[in-house]
Design a binder for this molecule. Structure first.
Ligand SMILES: Cc1cc2nc3c(=O)[nH]c(=O)nc-3n(C[C@H](O)[C@H](O)[C@H](O)COP(=O)(O)OP(=O)(O)OC[C@H]3O[C@@H](n4cnc5c(N)ncnc54)[C@H](O)[C@@H]3O)c2cc1C
Ligand code: FES
Length: 351
């Protein structure tokens, strides 16, 4: 391995600084106290018409068969999906729609895909994205999915500027989905910024169950709150906050959430779902514990492979109560976790 100013070389391949960190951190975390409860899944590699094509990933070729896995999702597929639209919501956010029927057919809310916007080596590794929306045709048949993207670096920049007609390598659906509650339970979704991404598919599923749903959604300013109409059309009650007070209540989203928990009737029995910045999710999990409510969080650690092979995604989890924390791979055991099992003060170091 050789290093230059901004990149490293692995057996002749140039690797960006971030991908080097993913690979190197994965290797060092591998020697931590890791409890592995879910072996790697295998994958079919097809083009989007379902025709077999050569497998591009050594990770996929050398997976062990599952023994005692919590990973119960359907078999992921690896497809080159065609971009059918790219709508810029702001200077930072966009929504990309992809034609991918083979992948879309088995998506469950909270799952993610690993995507590679270009075929080249920069970035070398795929990037993880929540499935924002499942797309269907007039007959209700699933045809693809959409991603909500916030550009923060090289991979998300490429996704922001991708053109209609381009193809994106997509591996998925991956990960443990949300557990969807049914009446008499209510669902309270808590989203900060791009943490909105897994909640549109969840809200659609909750509507199918007839579950009363509220979205607590916070952004820095009014212009950062997206897709409000789509949630309203699903019958979701909105509680909005902005840090500058330009829409909804001024301040953080956890303030109205706390008031609602204090005021909620016993009959509401809300289950909390959270996705967003780690401090927000940690605060939501604490509020859930204080009020005796269940809480599912969708964590977003850096992921190198999404398939259990690199250990770049490990997060500290307790099995229960005061058990010691152990590191588990978020791509296999998550990204959705019981918020009360996450060891939040150690997560800051890892993520
Ligand atoms: C399960 C999962 C679902 C996700 N869903 C979405 C989504 O729906 N929409 C979306 O826009 N993003 C999502 N993310 C985050 C997204 O994967 C990262 O923003 C992306 O990998 C950054 O790649 P990049 O090449 O643009 O940035 P890089 O050039 O690799 O890095 C730029 C900066 O972003 C930071 N960064 C990298 N990865 C993450 C991360 N996971 N979280 C926070 N900061 C990071 C780096 O530390 C660095 O400071 C998700 C992450 C996970 C794990
Ligand atoms: S083990 Fe590679 S991302 Fe989880």
């Amino acid at each position: 391995m050789r290093r230059s100013s901004n990149s490293w070389s692995y057996v002749g391949m140039k690797v960006s600084k971030r991908d080097h960190v993913s690979l190197a951190e994965g290797a060092s975390k591998h020697s931590c106290d890791i409890t592995v409860t879910a072996p790697c899944s295998s994958s079919r590699v097809t083009d989007d018409a379902g025709r077999p094509r050569p497998n591009r990933s050594h990770i996929l070729e050398h997976c062990e068969p599952s023994r005692s896995s919590r990973y119960t999702a359907n078999m992921p597929v690896d497809v080159d999906a065609c971009v059918t639209s790219n709508v810029h919501l702001s200077d930072d956010y966009n929504v990309v729609r992809l034609d991918a029927p083979k992948l879309a057919v088995s998506i469950q809310p909270g799952q993610f895909v690993m995507i590679k916007p270009i075929a080249g080596l920069e970035p070398l590794l795929r990037r993880p994205f929540s499935i924002f929306e499942v797309l269907t045709n007039r007959n209700g048949v699933r045809t693809g999915f959409a991603l909500l993207n916030k550009r923060v670096g090289i991979g998300t920049e490429l996704l922001y500027s991708i053109e209609v007609g381009h193809r994106i390598g997509c591996l998925g659906p991956l990960g443990v989905p949300f557990t969807v509650v049914a009446p008499p339970h209510e669902a309270w979704l808590v989203a900060g910024g791009v943490g909105l991404a897994p909640f549109l598919t969840l809200a659609a599923d909750l509507r199918g169950h007839g579950t009363a749903t509220t979205l607590f959604y916070g952004g820095r300013r009014s212009a950062d709150l997206y897709y409000l109409d789509a949630f309203t059309q699903l019958g979701v009650r909105l509680v909005l906050t902005t840090e500058d007070g330009s829409q909804g209540e001024s301040g953080l989203v956890t303030a109205p959430l706390e008031r609602a928990l204090v005021a909620s009737a016993v009959s509401a029995q809300p289950t909390l779902y959270a996705c967003g910045p780690t401090p927000m999710m940690s605060a939501v999990a604490s509020l859930a514990t204080a009020h005796g409510r269940p809480c599912q969080v969708s964590l977003e650690p850096i992921m190198g492979c999404g398939m259990g092979g690199c250990y770049s995604c490990v997060v500290p989890i307790r099995k229960s109560g005061n058990d010691p924390a152990h590191l588990v791979r978020a791509c296999l055991e998550g990204p959705v976790f019981d918020g009360q099992r996450v060891v939040w003060d150690r997560l800051q170091h890892v993520a």
